[in-house]
Design a protein around this ligand. Sequence first.
Ligand code: PAF
Length: 304
Amino acid sequence: MNISIIGAGAVGRLWGCKLAAQHTVHFWTRDNCQQMAIHLSGTEATDSITQETSFQFDANQPALLANSELVLVTVKAFQVEAAILAIKAHLNPDTAVVIMHNGMGSQQTVLELLPDNPIIYATTAQAAFRPSEKDVRHTGLGPTLLGGINPQAAEYQALGQLFDNALPPCQWQDDINLPLWRKLAINCAINPLTALHNCKNGELAQSKFNNELTGICLEVAEVMSAEGYLVTGAELRQQVDTVINATAGNLSSMNQDICHKRQTEIDYISGYLIARAATHNISVPHNQSLWQAIKDLEKQYHDQ
Ligand code: PAF
C-alpha cells in the first residue's frame, strides 16, 4: 500500500519505520524537506519483520500524497485541523484517513473537513521518544486500537491486520469511542499531574497522589457513564495504576511539553472531559483545577 504519514513527531516516525517493512511510506511535514532520514532504536523485541534501523523516506511530495491509499495523521490534537487543511487539496476522496492522537474532541472537525473520506480513529499505547532530530527511540510496547467513525469506514476492518503486521498488538474496534474514553481517563490522571509535579509517571504511585488520582477517576467514570459507557471509578483507577507502573520510567508527553514550553494537549484531555461534563450537569472539580493549573503554566510562558 502507498501510505502517507502526516506529522513527523516520535509516534509518526515510529509507525513510519514499522509500516515501511511492508508498504511504501511517504511523510508530510511542516518543513519542506523532500527526503527524511530516520534512525530507529529501542524495543528491539518488536523488530521481527525487519532488522533495519536506518530509513530514508520521501517527504512533502503532493503527487505521492494524492497517490496514497492510506493517510495516518499523527500530529497533536490541536494541530489536526491545520494539518487536514494543508493536505485536503491533494487528498483523494477514497483515501482512508486514520487519526491518532492523545485526547478527544477533534472528530467533528475532521468529519466536516473530509466529508467523503473513510475516517478512522486510533489510540496507541506504544511509546516513542525523539532524543535528537534524526533519532526515534521506541520506549514502550502496548496495544493499538482503531475503528471507524463514519459509514464510509465500515469496510476498513482489514486495517486492524495491516497495523498489527507492522507493530503488534493491534485490533479493530466496532466502537472506537470506548477505548478513546478509557485512554482519556489515563491521560486526565497522568498527564497534568506529571507536568505540574515535574515527575516521571512512576512517581505518581506515591501515596501522596492517591486521593487525587481516585478523585480524577471517579469524575471521569461519572461522565463516561453519562455518555453511555458504564464504568466505575475503581475500574479506571486500576487501569491508571497499571499504566503508571508499566511506564514508570517515562516522562509523559505533557511533562515534556511543559518542560520545553510548548503548547500542551490539555484542552483535548481535561478540557474535553470538562466540556462533556457540562453537557450532563456533572461537576468535575479535580479535573477542572488541573486544567486551570496547566492553562496558568502555559500562559506564563506565552506571556514571556
Ligand atoms: O501522553 C503520554 O505520555 C501517554 O499517553 C501516557 C499513557 C500518559 C504515558 O506516558
